[in-house]
Design a protein around this ligand. Structure first.
Ligand code: GLN
Ligand code: ZN
Length: 759
């Protein structure tokens, strides 16, 4: 028997099997528990994670990936990057209060912005460099390293975000400043490492995912400078530069960096990376941390394919310098399949969440070392069953896909012609007012849904409750004086779950949560089969709302790209094809709504931007199929039917053409939070279709005054033609209460009236 190949992990879900992490944080924020109790609970969580990974037989266990909120916020706080508005005293360690104030805001100091962590659905707190004086306020990985030793008997591998990635993701650090900022932060960063070295750490995992998004000119030199300096400062510490989410390029150059190891994603475009390693050989001074198990996906790995990769790796890299890992932190998958006892067994058997991935790793380590790996047979069998499921091989769906022609993606008339017909049909005032779709999901609404789900309420009772909510919402909207109304989405929990439950091809877990931001977790549905329309999903509620009013009611759907982005996907067919199947299903819903007399239909695509590939050279292809999916879903309607779309928090400047190509008659986008940056994206007026710039931020409970909205409208009107401009809040209102919603919308309608009068 050979000896097993070493295995390691890059990060483990923080939330716990029952989201204990979330419960603890929220209890603390509510004031139900104090700091000591919070510490106790979170430390117990962290220790449990360590022990679990230890029990899984991992050789390398990450420490310091755990957090009280977010790992980027931790990096900022460690190095003294605290925006002035929080009034921190220089040199003083950051209190819990200050830490959470940065994350969530406090009276008089707005929260730091958050944004997506690369192409995941995890959001990090964006560091604001400003003129922060770098200083070491907290050596978090050192604390974690010690704690893991004391509480779990583990000699862990401390994890840090690399300085390059930290700076790349920070505000106020453009390409011109990054070099000088790196110089300012290097001493602090070096001190963190020196302290780890002194404490006896052997390896340190330095996450540099920004590398995979493509190096700018000068970045290689910068990386050389950063790692040359760090390696010299802490010569006894082995530095592992860890990349993930895509292939790291140019490898030949990255391999020259003066560090002891490089961590590579061998799942995403892994073939090319592997061939490179085989061709050029692996340098003798480095360890390869090979990400062979998909850290983002939820399916078991095919053991044969895995073993083949391991074999090729072993031919190129000596076993003692090879470490088998997931392709990225397991933060992005749920904790375990173990508790999913109600899931369709054929699917369940083929799933691997974090704990199961650790098992797979262990098995792989054994198998690659020539040992016995009994579980691998099980995986193979489970995957074969999954592949053969009839839901994955539907002839009716294949026929619909085959029937698509170019005409299926095109509206029958040009935008100009449609706009004319729509104007005649609706006779709306200039600067029409509307909302983005949802109205407050009050405790009443949530309780009603719970009772119905539990079976305490029959369908009839629940439906009549929902109808009551719709009636009330329509009444309020008429009273407020909005021009285009919505039914309010009271029957929906979440934009994707609602549709997933009605479409074929989706499954839902009981506890498959992943962290989205802060304590917020999401439970993405699993697309395991061909997606198909099984009958109307939204027609009843929308038509009912329309029957109550003579104003137009907008139908409300979630778009194909967003449903795709917020689900776990099958991995046997392309994303493009799954998006096409969802689009075909939505197309039937769109037609059903039109048939029922709904003349405006909004297809939300808030995730269009986040689906963008990290690699610039993959973006065009993505946008091509994403736009196509939207058009398949929306283009069969009559010219006088108005298609709306909505996106939130997007950076638009680099995708105006794609947005134009969606060919939606009206788009509404966020703009109140990014302080009018979006307006400038539309400067030059290439975009001629209808556009609603959010005039107030729905994420705050504050009621905006008429004046501030009016000035936002006036600013937008300097760039946009009045005939093109709609007035709306920047997103749905489901998280707000009715009192602030009504007051805000009244102010908004008033601002629109005054703006019209000024025209
Ligand atoms: N129509 C959805 C709503 O109003 C849109 C939500 C979103 O963009 N995230 O809730
Ligand atoms: Zn939105």
């Amino acid at each position: 028997m050979g000896s097993r190949i070493r295995t390691g992990n890059l990060g483990y879900p923080r939330i716990g099997e029952n989201r204990e992490w979330k419960t603890a944080l929220e209890a603390y924020w509510r004031g139900d528990i104090g700091e000591a109790e919070l510490d106790k609970r979170l430390q117990a969580r962290e220790t449990e994670n360590w022990l679990k990974q230890k029990a899984a037989g991992l050789d390398v266990i990450p420490v310091g990936d755990f957090t009280y909120y977010d790992h980027m916020l931790d990096m900022a706080v460690m190095m003294g990057v605290i925006p002035k508005r929080f009034g921190a005293v220089p040199g003083r360690p950051v209190s819990r209060e200050l830490y959470y104030a940065m994350a969530r805001g406090r009276e008089g100091a707005a929260a730091c912005e958050m944004t997506k962590w690369f192409n995941t659905n995890y959001h990090y707190i964006v560091p604001e460099l400003g003129d922060a004086q770098p200083e070491l306020l907290w050596n978090k990985p050192l604390e974690a390293f010690r704690a893991a030793r004391e509480r779990a008997g583990i000699h862990g591998r401390p994890v840090l975000v690399g300085l390059y990635t930290f700076l790349k993701l920070s505000k106020g650090c453009g390409p011109e400043e990054i070099g000088s900022q790196a110089e300012r932060f290097l001493p602090v960063y070096a001190r963190i490492l020196k302290e780890l070295e002194a404490e006896g750490a052997e390896w340190v995992q330095i996450d540099e995912p920004a590398i995979v998004t493509g190096l700018a000119p000068g970045d290689l030199r910068l990386l050389q400078r950063i790692y040359g300096s760090l390696a010299a400062e802490a010569p006894g510490l082995k530095l592992l530069i860890q990349t993930y989410f895509e292939a790291a390029e140019p490898l030949e150059e990255l391999l020259k960096l003066p560090v002891a190891g490089l961590g590579l994603d061998l799942v995403h475009d892994g073939g090319a990376t592997l061939r490179f390693i085989e061709r050029s050989g692996w340098p003798e001074d480095k360890t390869l941390a090979a990400g062979v198990i998909d850290g983002r996906g939820i399916w078991r790995a095919d053991p044969e394919a895995l073993s083949a990769i391991a074999e090729r790796l072993l031919a190129a890299v000596p076993a003692e310098r090879l470490l088998l890992q997931p392709s990225c932190s397991l933060l992005h998958v749920p904790v375990t399949v173990r508790t999913e006892t109600e899931l369709k067994p054929e699917v369940r058997a083929a799933l691997a969440f974090a704990d199961e991935k650790l098992e797979e790793l262990w098995q792989l380590g054994e198998a690659a070392g020539g040992g016995e790996a009994a579980e691998q047979g099980k995986s193979r069998a489970a995957l074969a069953v999954l592949r053969a499921l009839p839901e994955r091989n539907r002839a009716d769906v294949a026929a619909l896909e085959a029937g698509l022609t170019e005409a299926s993606e095109r509206r029958s008339e040009s935008f100009e012609r449609r706009a004319e017909l729509q104007r005649l049909r609706w006779k709306l005032p200039v600067l029409p007012t509307t909302t983005i779709g949802s109205f407050p999901q009050t405790a009443d609404v949530r309780q009603a849904r719970l009772k119905w789900r539990r079976g305490d309420w029959e369908n009839e009772r629940y439906q009549s409750f929902i109808r009551g909510q719709i009636r009330e919402a329509i009444g309020r909207q008429e009273d407020i004086g909005l021009d285009v109304l919505v039914h309010g989405e009271f029957e929906r929990t979440d934009m994707v779950e609602f549709f997933g439950e009605k479409l074929d091809g989706f499954l839902f877990t009981r506890g498959g949560w992943v962290q989205s931001y802060g304590s917020r977790c999401v439970k993405p549905p699993i697309i395991y089969g061909d997606v198909a329309w099984g009958g109307p999903m939204t027609v009843e509620e929308t038509a009912y709302a329309q029957s109550l009013t003579s104003s137009p009611v907008k139908g409300m759907l979630t778009g194909p790209v967003t449903i795709l982005a917020w689900s776990f996907l099958r991995d046997d067919i392309s994303r493009e094809r799954i998006a096409g199947q969802i689009a075909l299903a939505l197309r039937q819903e769109v037609l059903a709504l039109e048939e029922a007399g709904i003349g405006m239909i909004q297809v939300d695509e808030p995730a269009l931007r986040e689906g963008m590939p990290l690699k610039p050279d993959k973006r065009e292809d993505y946008l091509r199929w994403a736009v196509r999916a939207f058009r398949i879903a929306t283009s069969p309607v009559r010219p006088a039917t108005q298609i709306h779309t909505h996106m939130c928090y997007c950076e638009f400047s680099d995708m105006i053409d794609a947005i134009d190509a969606l060919d939606a008659d009206v788009i509404s986008i966020e703009s109140s939070r990014s302080h009018g940056e979006l307006v400038s994206a539309f400067e030059g007026n290439r975009y001629r279709k209808g556009i609603g710039l959010g005039v107030y931020d729905i994420h705050s409970p504050q009621v905006p005054d008429t004046e501030s909205m009016l000035s936002g409208i006036e600013r937008a009107l300097r760039v946009l033609a009045p005939g093109q401009f709609w007035i709306n809040p920047d997103c749905g209102l489901k998280t707000r209460g009715w009192a602030e919603t009504e007051a805000s919308l009244r102010h908004m309608v008033e601002a629109a009236r005054r703006a019209r009068a000024e025209l």
